[in-house]
Write a protein that binds this ligand. Structure first.
Ligand code: NAP
Ligand code: FER
Length: 337
């Protein structure tokens, strides 16, 4: 086993869209666990949109990453050395140690992963943070009822692909999504039970498109992207619609932020709409319940998901950038070992 620990650090704060040169791979000595600690060898790391916010100097909802420090984020790995009787060598755990080969961990920083229940990388995907974001962000905020029209933006990504299926399970109709390629549109229609979907990069009259696909208005809007598409969905909301403000990826890589909203507020007023932003940790106490239900749906064939796996820790910046670019098909992961 290698004695070197490769760590991907932030070399420079990205201006606008991140570049590979904003990151730097450094080599450290493989760390040794102290009393009560254990050493984890990373199997998969997650690249997530929120990490872009942590690369800025300005604090968003988490502290900025420091220049020259390793990038922190979701990861899953195998325990290879242990001074802790509860975390034995050969066991798997997930945690937030991020883009590195090895991490020394304490029991309080990680969660055990059972490889017999599902592939270990699902602990940072469908049965992890993106999964519970879809589950609680949709059910608790959109409060779907059978027959509601549900619209999901960013519908083919890690979170979005799940939201539409949960909407279907709950009897929403129609379930409509937007995404950035024809291949993704086809995936949503063929595999995720969406009633309709469109490619926002080629079908650019969003107002007309949402009206066409949601003729009775949108009752539940799960928003991953913000921006012009969201303006169009707001203009088509039904009376007493519920909007779950999950993400705004159309804004994350802008060097200059866009200002707004105006018409959206007007629509909230005249249609008596509720719109609520959320950060998924607010549901942390209920994660086990959501994960159990999603695992059950997967087992019963009610819920499907796709993962997009790039090989090699050194390619993590590439994977992060391709995810922000929309080249990922489902949850973007990096296989490290
Ligand atoms: P993802 O959807 O798997 O990947 C990001 C996707 O965003 C890309 O594949 C791309 O798909 C789309 N995108 C990129 N630029 C865009 C633009 N300008 N306009 C529209 N779409 C764009 O990522 P994810 O992990 O599932 O996250 C989805 C959203 O959920 C993000 O906004 C994220 O910040 C949010 N989120 C929020 C929470 C929370 O606690 N609130 C937790 C997790 C995630 P296309 O091909 O469709 O362009
Ligand atoms: C968290 C809060 C928010 C977190 C992720 C998010 C991994 C994601 C937010 C977003 O994508 O907008 O504690 O932990």
């Amino acid at each position: 086993m290698s004695e070197v620990n490769r760590v991907i650090t932030l070399a420079a704060r990205p201006v606008g869209f991140p570049k590979e040169t904003d990151f730097k791979l450094i080599e450290e000595t493989k760390p040794a666990p102290g009393d009560g600690q254990f050493l984890v060898r990373t199997k998969f790391v997650s690249v997530d949109p929120y990490m872009r916010g942590r690369m800025n100097e300005q604090r968003a909802y988490a502290d900025p990453f420091e220049i020259g420090e390793g990038i922190y984020g979701g990861a899953v790995g195998e325990i290879v050395e242990s001074n802790n009787d509860t975390f034995e060598v050969g066991g798997f755990v997930h945690g937030m140690w991020g883009w590195r080969d090895y991490a020394v961990c304490e029991g309080s920083e990680v969660y055990p992963v059972n490889p017999d229940i599902a592939p270990i990388q699902t602990s940072i995907g469908v049965l992890g943070m993106p999964g519970v974001t879809a589950y609680f962000g949709f059910l608790e905020i959109c409060k779907p009822k059978p027959g509601d029209c549900a619209f999901v933006s960013g519908a083919a990504g890690a979170v979005g692909q799940l939201v539409g299926q949960i909407a279907k399970i709950k009897g929403c109709s129609p379930v409509v999504g937007s995404c950035g390629s024809d291949e993704k549109v086809e995936y949503l229609l063929e595999n995720c039970g969406y009633d309709a979907a469109f490619n926002y990069k080629t079908d650019t009259d969003y107002l007309a498109k949402v009206r066409e696909l949601c003729p009775e208005g949108v009752d539940c809007y799960f928003d991953n992207v913000g921006g012009a598409l969201t303006d169009a969905v707001f203009a088509n909301l039904s009376p007493f619609a519920r909007v779950s403000i999950c993400g705004m990826i159309s804004q994350y890589n802008l060097a200059q932020p866009e200002m707004g909203p105006r018409t959206s507020y007007m629509m909230m007023l005249i249609r008596q709409v509720s719109a609520q932003g959320f950060l998924v940790p607010q549901f942390a106490a209920r994660f086990p319940e959501g994960i159990k239900q999603m695992a059950q749906w997967i087992k019963e064939g009610e819920l499907t998901y796709r993962e997009d796996i790039v090989e090699g820790l050194e390619n993590t910046p590439k994977a992060f950038i391709r995810m922000l670019n929309g080249e990922n098909k489902g949850k973007q992961l990096v296989q490290v070992s």
